[in-house]
Design a protein around this ligand. Sequence first.
Ligand SMILES: [Zn+2]
Length: 414
Amino acid sequence: MTKAVIYCRVSTNEEIQINALSSQIEEAKLAVLNNNWHIVDEYIDEGKTGTTIKKRNEYNRLFNDIETDKFDVIVIKSQDRLMRSTKDWYLFVDRIVKNNKKLFFYIENKFYTPDDALITGIKAILAEDYSRELSKKINNAHSHRQKNKGTVLLTSNTWGYNKEGKNIVINKNEAVVVRMMYELCSQGYGTRSIAKMLANMGMFSRSGKPFSEGTIRKIIRNPLFKGIAVMNKIHYDFNRKKNIHNDISEWVFKENAVPPIVSPDIWKMANCVMDERTKKNHSDKHGDTVKGLKKGNTVLSSKIICGYCGCKYWRRRYRRSGGDIVIVWSCSEYVRNGRKTPSNIYSKPKNKIVSVSGGCDNIHIKESELNSVLLKISYKFYKNKYNVFQQAIKIVDEVISDKSEHRILELKNC
Ligand SMILES: [Zn+2]
């Protein structure tokens, strides 16, 4: 007896219809019955778009099962149930043909045959094109709605606010924390200090962990807290199948979008102080330190790892009371949170706020000492490779004295 499975999914057009999915399942089962087949499994994807197979779990399960002996026929409504991307379609039918399985379209009451490849291929291209157009229309409608009156969309985890039906209201407890962040920032504290102070005051994020420096920076920088929502920052790109950040010129700033938590004055003050601190930090460090992607300014940056806690060592410059500068490498966990076990033998971290957790007890190394250690290691490593260096120098010497082509080629081949 022929073993059959059904695959059902509602299309974009059908999503508005009630019971579209359940009637599709019934129709598919009826088709199995009419053909005297035996149904062995059902693959049902609920309300998933056809443009990408990533989120379609049942589709993926079906795709994998094609290579098993579980069934002989797949029953579907029509070709567009399976995919909207031409490439996915070809992968699917290729797998069906290779595994000697059959595909049955119940609307047309016929099987897919390899002879259909051209016509079904064209259909797949048209369907993909249709989806692309639809995606464009949705993007346009979305940005149009945002530019006009549209409601402000907040992600459910926006700190400081709650959604009550269609309204966005201030979360009073969280707003206290936001105001505290702005207040401390205006007073000149950096994000690292603010993070520690909030933790010491028992103010934690929704996950119950101390606020990270990055989160605090994001909150200070976000105009939402003075009531201005920034919208239209991203759009969905059909071809790349992911969200793309829009150019700043396309951003939509909507005033009075949400009730403000801080006044425009304190918002401006905190952001000015943050700008100043950023500028100062840049000019303080010697060399041209760049924040963000190009972190670190020496060959050793990010290469020294603490043996106690696994954090990176940071390079720090001190000016001694006499005026001369000392460069020391310390575990970054110590720099952030001080010592793990308080001790009077060692000096306390410069930042006097005591941490609630974390910290590291590993040693600090003067850069001069570090360099001499590295020198010794590299001497040991290269000692036995003296001959290699001599040979290389010899060839270079020869090339410089005799500029003939073949010697240069020989050198390149070395
Ligand atoms: Zn450490």
